[in-house]
Design a protein around this ligand. Structure first.
Ligand SMILES: [Cu+2]
Length: 148
C-alpha cells in the first residue's frame, strides 16, 4: 500500500514536470522589436557616394572621393593588403599646392605619409573642395568635398 502511494506520487510529480515543460514550450517567442528609426536630421558627417573614407591601393586610390560636412573627418586608409607606401599632399600630379582651408596635416609639402596598415582620421574644419595627390605616385588623385 505504501509502495502504491509512492508510485502515485511519482506519477503526479512526473505529470507536473511534463506540464511545466509543455507550458514553457507553449510560451510565445518574443516578437522582434523593430529598430528605432534613425533621425534624418542628425548632422552625420558621412554623406555622398564616396562615403567618408579615402582608400589607397598599391599605386592608386581605390576609393578616391569623400563628401563630409565641415567639422567632420575623413579616414585616409592604406590597408595592410595594399602593399603601397604613399605621401599624400594637397595638389595634383604629384605636386603639392597649398590649399586654403585644408586641414593642418596637409599644410606643408611633406603631407601625410602612409605605410600599409595605416589609417588616419583627419578633420576638415572648412568647407571647400580639396584635391589630393601622392608625391610618390603622381597619377594618384582623390577629392574631398566639404559642405558647409
Ligand atoms: Cu602613392
Amino acid at each position: 500500500m505504501r509502495k502504491l502511494g509512492l508510485v502515485l506520487m511519482l506519477l503526479f510529480a512526473f505529470t507536473l514536470a511534463a506540464c511545466g515543460e509543455s507550458s514553457v514550450a507553449a510560451t510565445p517567442t518574443d516578437t522582434p522589436v523593430p529598430p528605432a528609426p534613425t533621425s534624418t536630421t542628425a548632422a552625420s558627417p558621412t554623406t555622398g557616394s564616396g562615403g567618408a573614407t579615402i582608400t589607397m591601393g598599391a599605386f592608386s586610390f581605390t576609393g578616391n572621393s569623400a563628401t563630409i560636412k565641415a567639422g567632420g573627418s575623413v579616414t585616409f586608409n592604406d590597408p595592410a593588403s595594399s602593399g603601397g607606401t604613399h605621401i599624400i599632399v594637397t595638389g595634383t600630379s604629384g605636386k603639392f599646392t597649398a590649399a586654403s582651408g585644408a586641414p593642418m596635416e596637409f599644410a606643408t609639402a611633406s603631407g601625410v605619409s602612409f605605410s600599409p596598415g595605416d589609417s588616419k582620421s583627419i578633420k576638415f574644419p572648412t568647407a571647400g573642395t580639396y584635391t589630393f595627390t601622392c608625391t610618390i605616385h603622381p597619377s594618384m588623385h582623390a577629392t574631398v568635398t566639404v559642405t558647409a
